[in-house]
Ligand binder design. Structure first.
Ligand SMILES: Cc1cc2nc3c(=O)[nH]c(=O)nc-3n(C[C@H](O)[C@H](O)[C@H](O)COP(=O)(O)OP(=O)(O)OC[C@H]3O[C@@H](n4cnc5c(N)ncnc54)[C@H](O)[C@@H]3O)c2cc1C
Length: 288
């Protein structure tokens, strides 16, 4: 299927992109195109104008400085997956990016596009919620910083305002004793997350001093599994305590659990703890 006709603009800077967004109401930003182009071809979106932000140099790259990792919104999944710095300072993000789609999707798709699109089956929103990331946005009212926890508001809905551009993501690098991991039940064809779990664990003397766990694919937005986090904090990091804590996950899901052609609501509820256990086990292994 062909996309509907649209006017194409290429922005050379964030301010130029912001100006074009203001000038063309309803226009869409084009990052890697891995979600937007299929939407256009399926005629689920028909913007009069598309603004390509792919050549804006300021939006690319990964830097680690003073314990903070800063990732430009146009950084691709392949770049995240290949980053030695990220593997060292925040392994969960490199690991999740490496498991996205296929090489073509990873080479074109970007962290900014993935996050702004807010598909509940995407991997990176879940990871950013567990990492307590900060998202930088720029729009007509200036710049602002949003917490990942409040950014994802529902099915493909975020806290970004109209005409706002996501410019970068900031994440605290893991301090000593902390590590992280991602486990996903991947759809066998697309590799999208039917269920995805990100865990960030801090270990001290064999015990868990803090745990952050986020679950994606279960409800319309990534959620923190606070009951799992509470159950594990202060415990010895053993297979038994991990399994016991993981079993608490359904307490945080309420009555919004998704059911679709890939997995019913009941199935998702039944297997969620398995994926929480896998993510925790791997994160604990790395933290130790
Ligand atoms: C076959 C296939 C398999 C896939 N498998 C997975 C998977 O396993 N896991 C996964 O997480 N994802 C998967 N994806 C999605 C992929 O990761 C996309 O790259 C991603 O969801 C969108 O990123 P993009 O850069 O391509 O954005 P685009 O498609 O260009 O844009 C997506 C949306 O975000 C908006 N947008 C883009 N950048 C910005 C910005 N900086 N500020 C504000 N708005 C912005 C656009 O206007 C558009 O509405 C898959 C996609 C395909 C086609």
């Amino acid at each position: 299927m062909y996309a509907p006709e649209f006017d194409y603009y290429r922005a050379g800077s964030v301010s130029e992109a912001a100006g074009l967004l203001r000038k063309h109401p309803g226009a869409k930003l084009l990052a890697g195109g891995q979600s937007l182009i299929p939407l256009l071809k399926l005629r689920l979106a028909a913007p009069a104008a598309v603004i390509d932000i792919g050549r804006i140099r300021d939006l690319k790259g990964i830097t680690v400085k003073d314990g903070t990792i800063r990732i430009g919104a146009m950084t691709t999944h392949a770049e995240l997956a290949a980053s030695a710095e990220l593997a060292e300072t925040c392994p969960v993000l490199a690991q999740a990016a490496a498991g996205i789609g296929d090489p073509a999707v990873r080479n074109r798709g970007t962290i900014g596009g993935n996050v702004a699109h807010a598909d509940p089956a995407s991997d990176l929103p879940t990871v950013l919620v567990a990492l307590e990331a900060r998202l930088m946005a720029e729009g007509p009212d200036g710049k602002r910083t949003l917490d990942a926890g409040g950014f994802f508001q529902g099915l493909m809905t975020t806290a970004l305002k109209e005409h706002e551009i996501l410019t970068a993501i900031e994440i605290p690098a893991h301090p000593k004793g902390q590590s992280s991991a991602y486990a996903k039940f991947a759809h066998p064809a697309s590799r999208y997350a039917v269920i995805g779990v990100a865990a960030v664990i801090t270990a001290s003397g064999g015990k868990c001093s803090s745990a952050r766990v986020a679950v994606g694919g279960m409800v319309p937005r990534p959620v923190r599994a606070s009951s799992v986090e509470r159950a594990l904090t202060g415990q010895e990091l053993s297979a038994e305590s991990i399994a016991k804590a993981a079993a608490q996950v359904t307490e945080n899901l309420g009555n919004e659990v998704l059911g679709d052609i890939f997995a019913s609501e009941q199935y998702r509820r039944s297997v969620a703890s398995v994926w929480v256990k896998r993510a925790l086990t791997q994160a604990v292994g790395r933290a130790k």
